[in-house]
Design a protein around this ligand. Structure first.
Ligand SMILES: Cc1ncc(COP(=O)(O)O)c(C=O)c1O
Length: 454
């Protein structure tokens, strides 16, 4: 293996970089079977900033997840089924949602507008009538009306009750309902707030007595749960509640673990999917066997896990500037914005893996911080006060550009994106089966201005 591949952490399945490699000339390439895409050529051709989405990576990840759950359940003689529900909030982009459906995924939505997209697909008969949709999030009247409408049209739709007002609003709903538990278990994750506003405590749920048409118990603790125990501890708690709840709700037969399966953003190996799935199945099975009740169907809503690794964002370094008295020696000024295009950099101090798109084999690398195009001093990336190693620009050949790729940008960043300083969002291309399509053109000044009434 070329030494620099290891350095840039390319070609490693446990880091989700198995599809990435280097060309002989040190350019970043992506492999889909025997197809190979050169990201340096694509950056030249389409310009930057550029988002490159790989639906085939989403398909591979979902196929792998089905395989792991089904194999584990079969080996354990588990009698419930596994359902994957894609949380659309992770990326509502069509180029991800449609392949997930075609691979057998179901959906989870959080707003009336997301559900409206489902309605459109349903009316256009874009998916099979067996599809299941879970509705989380606060239920406005518009959202409730759409849920009722789609249920009446024959969609298998399960609204999740999140508080006592929703319990009342859904008391006449004709289909199955779920209820969201606050497991009250402390986890290490991005949502680990002192006070949780989501879901109902076990006490509150039990106080409702029998809940009409209750089919599913749901909880979601946080995103990016980097320790296995942060997945298993809330599950153990939820299963205790499940067993008790079933006494008064005999139709209850689904447990939904929500999202939170982590992504190795920093390219440190995390726990294996195999290992945690084995533990999930064992916990649910053991609790039910001890209580003498049937095994429920197991649902997960792992969003980032599925789609984050299926997109990279490419920028060009416009210039470099020296830095004095810091961990880094130079700034790269890039032709996009962290605050606008990769909002989590600013919002939750997300760390990203960054790799040069050309000159991967550069012998000289400099400690670099990156600055975005907006006027904001927060529009920067410092790898949490450390630095990123990147080739210096003064060693570029005349006419050569330096591009860099930010990995794992496929979850949440598109919907969170904004237009600070009226900057245009990156152009987006989609690569699948050797075909490259433009999913979103680069916005013109006129188009961005129009959003502000001009
Ligand atoms: C209810 C629910 N399910 C699933 C998810 C997806 O989480 P993740 O992308 O971390 O898997 C979220 C994220 O906010 C959520 O709120």
């Amino acid at each position: 293996m070329r030494k620099y591949l290891k350095f840039w952490k390319l070609g490693q399945a446990e880091l989700n970089t198995q599809s990435f490699d280097s060309s002989r000339d040190g350019e970043l390439v992506v492999r889909e079977g025997n197809y190979q895409y050169n990201l340096n050529n694509l950056a030249h051709k389409f310009g930057t900033p550029l988002e490159v989405a790989f639906p085939f990576i989403v398909e591979q990840r979902l196929g792998g997840l089905f395989e792991i759950f089904n194999r584990t359940m079969k080996a354990a003689r588990y009698r419930g089924k596994f359902f994957y529900h894609y949380p659309m909030k992770a990326s509502q982009n069509k180029e991800f949602v449609l392949p997930i459906l075609s691979e057998g995924g179901n959906l989870e939505v959080t707003s009336a507008n997301e559900l409206w997209l489902v309605k459109r697909m349903w009316e256009q008969e874009q998916f099979s009538s067996r599809i299941r949709v879970i509705c989380n999030g606060p239920k406005t009247n518009q959202y409730l009306a759409l849920i009722a409408e789609l249920r009446d049209k024959g969609l298998q739709i399960t609204p999740i009750i999140e508080d006592k007002f929703e319990l009342a609003a859904l008391s006449t709903f004709k289909g199955d309902v779920g209820i969201r538990l606050d497991p009250e278990v402390k986890v290490h994750g991005r949502w680990d707030k002192k006070v949780n506003r989501f879901g109902l405590t076990a006490q509150e749920i039990f106080s409702f007595g029998r809940i009409r048409n209750l089919k599913l118990l749901h909880y979601h603790t946080s995103k990016q749960l980097e320790y296995q125990e942060d997945i298993t501890a809330p599950l153990k708690r939820a299963m205790k509640v499940y067993v008790k709840l079933r006494q008064s709700n005999p139709n209850l037969d689904m447990i939904d673990l929500g999202g939170g399966m982590p992504v190795p953003f920093e390219k440190r190996p995390l726990f294996s999917t195999e290992g945690v799935v084995k533990r999930i199945v064992r916990i649910v099975q053991k609790t039910c066997d001890q209580a003498g009740i049937p095994h429920p169907d197991i649902l997960v809503e792992w969003g980032s896990y599925l789609v984050a690794p299926a997109q990279v964002t490419i920028y060009r370094a416009l210039s470099e500037k020296p830095i004095k008295g810091a961990m880094a020696k130079q700034w790269y000024i890039i032709d996009g914005s962290f605050m606008n295009d990769l909002k989590d950099t600013w919002a939750i101090h997300q760390k990203w893996h960054m790799v040069p798109v050309n000159r991967l084999n550069s012998k000289k690398l400099v400690r670099t911080w990156l600055a975005g195009l907006s006027c904001d001093s927060d529009d920067r990336y410092t790898a949490g006060g450390k630095y990123v190693l990147l080739p210096p620009l003064d060693t570029l050949e005349p006419g050569e550009q330096q591009y860099l790729a930010v990995f794992d940008t496929g979850a949440y960043q598109d919907a969170l994106a904004s237009h600070h300083c009226l900057l245009s969002s990156p152009m987006k291309i989609v690569i699948q089966n050797g075909v490259i399509t433009v999913a979103r053109k680069r916005e013109t000044a006129e188009e961005v201005g129009r959003e502000f009434g001009w």
